[in-house]
Design a protein around this ligand. Structure first.
Ligand code: NAD
Length: 482
């Protein structure tokens, strides 16, 4: 067990929970306890939002140049410790070191990207209305104290994707990482404490009592923004909590990504399909959830995918040569097993399965599932595991109709050699993101976000900063002396 900071950072100091509660962080590859942390509850959450509120006016007035220097320094500090962060991410989330290294690079991107984007804040508008009677001046203001709640599947990048624009915009923050993966957040907080930020600008609440934390923070009139990444169920409960006082919300919620393979797709598309399905062991909101293959190409595609799945090495994500790590915990394994077992009982066929290690560890075998009856839950629920569920389609219309038959609308993928078809199908898909002949679509430079129940707002890209900014309009007489 590693000794770490307490996990609670409030108003410029590491603290412990007043009621003495604690929780353990476990390595899902072998069940070992990585740390025992103080478990923040109601009092700490109330203090955190109060500290953020106190720090808000001065941080909001801090020059953009100073705020972006903080982000650039943090970016450098993070990259200087990239391997340390990758190892920590792999240990607490179970993902492979390759995926963890990719996450560190991706997570760091948001700090540099939003330091650059912050120049937008220097610009306002100045124009007159059509009558010529009003001089209109616009300027940016930070939204205000922000609650940032993140999931366990990207313990670093989901924080920097929110913290980067929040700090750039001049918002103070309360970060609530997932209870399964707070160690990466704590290490990031340690780097932030080295930067001598004013007390209260960034507060961290490691906690295994998420509902208590959000209740305390939402009870404060100081809260002006919630940015949440996680399940649609929790996201909608937070929207309800914020409705009464019209708390600004950004929501990155669950997905049900279709991946469409047309019969003219390049053979190399399998590499991309493997990435879209298996990054993070399939535990990603943009993971290919339903693989739709054109009839005429289906047999060959299934054979090739099955061969690749059988050859996968499942094991501790930190071991060399591991392709797929464990799921986050035993409950996740039971969830995936339940979906697959129901489909098999209804007549689905397992076309391939990779072996899993014996002993402790939350492993589920990478599986290719075909001929799944349409009524099975796996055809409409987020699998969040290494299971490729394949459905056949006849033509373009059927592919689009199957793909769009979901309440979710986050990511989707199209594989075809015909660019006109890619554009036509891409435009017809009701999804916020369409990967065209690409299985890896994450970059800080792109606007990431979903339609329908997959969320509200965009993170990253040219618009990610706007989520933390209000526009104020000053109405002036044209004759300034009037
Ligand atoms: P989750 O909703 O259970 O938890 C996410 C976060 O919310 C965690 O920090 C958790 O502690 C917290 N939480 C849980 N209950 C809460 C409550 N009542 N009040 C406040 N906070 C609460 O989701 P998860 O299982 O950790 O993550 C998986 C889900 O996240 C999937 O649905 C996945 O698609 C989604 N996800 C979406 C994106 C995206 O960008 N759209 C990215 C990653 C994950």
């Amino acid at each position: 067990m590693t000794e770490t900071s307490t996990g609670i950072y409030l108003d410029g100091e590491w603290r412990v929970a007043t009621d003495g509660a604690a929780f353990e962080v476990v390595n899902p590859a072998d069940g070992t306890v990585l740390a025992r942390l103080s478990d923040a509850g109601h009092p700490e959450a109330a203090q955190a939002i109060a500290a953020a509120a106190t720090a808000q006016p001065a941080w909001g007035r801090t020059p953009v140049a100073v705020r972006t220097t903080v982000l650039r320094t943090l970016h450098g500090a993070l990259l200087a410790r990239a391997e340390e962060f990758a190892d920590l991410i792999a240990a607490e989330s179970g993902k492979t070191l390759a995926d963890a290294r990719g996450e560190v690079a991706y997570g760091a991107q948001f700090l540099a990207w939003f330091a650059d984007q912050a120049t937008q804040l220097l610009h306002g508008e100045h124009y007159t209305d059509p009558t010529g009677a009003v001089r209109i001046l616009t300027q940016h203001r930070p939204v205000g104290p922000s609650l940032l709640i993140t999931p366990w599947n990207f313990p670093l990048a989901m924080i920097t994707r929110k913290l980067g624009p929040a700090l750039a915009a001049g918002c103070t923050t309360v970060i609530k990482p997932a209870a399964q993966t707070p160690l990466t957040a704590i290490r990031l907080m340690e780097l932030l404490t080295d930067l001598d930020l004013p007390a209260g600008v960034v507060n961290l609440l490691s906690s295994d009592r998420p509902a208590e934390i959000s209740a305390a923070v939402f009870a404060s009139p100081a809260l002006r923004k919630v940015s949440f990444t996680g399940s649609t169920r929790v996201g909608t409960s937070l929207l309800r909590a914020g409705a009464e006082r019209v708390v600004n919300a950004s929501m990155e919620l669950g997905g049900d990504a279709p991946l469409i393979v047309f019969d003219d797709a390049d053979e190399d598309c399998l590499d991309q399909v493997m990435t879209a399905k298996l990054r993070n062991g399939g535990q990603s909101c943009i993971a290919a959830n339903r693989i739709l293959v054109q009839d005429s190409a289906a047999e060959g595609f299934i054979d090739s995918l099955a061969r690749r799945f059988r050859a996968l090495t499942v094991g501790d994500g930190r071991a060399e040569g591991t392709d797929v790590g464990p799921l986050i915990d035993d409950a996740a394994v039971a969830g995936v097993a339940g979906l697959v077992d129901e489909a098999v009982a209804a007549g689905a066929r397992i076309a391939a399965r990779a072996p899993v290690p014996e002993g402790h560890g939350s492993f589920y075998p990478p599986t290719v599932l075909v001929d799944v009856p349409g009524e099975c839950a796996i055809t409409r629920e987020e699998i969040f595991g290494p299971v490729a569920c394949i459905t056949r389609f006849k033509d373009e219309d059927e592919a689009v109709s199957l793909a769009n038959s979901t309440d979710s609308g986050l990511a989707s993928y199209v594989f075809t050699a015909d660019l006109a078809r890619a554009l036509r199908v891409g435009s017809a898909l009701d999804f916020g993101i369409v990967g065209v002949n690409r299985g890896f679509i994450s970059t800080a430079a792109a606007p990431f976000g979903g339609l329908k129940t997959s969320g509200l707002g965009r993170e990253g890209g040219l618009h990610g900063l706007e989520e933390y900014v209000e526009t104020q309009y000053l109405s002036l007489p044209v004759d300034a002396t009037a």
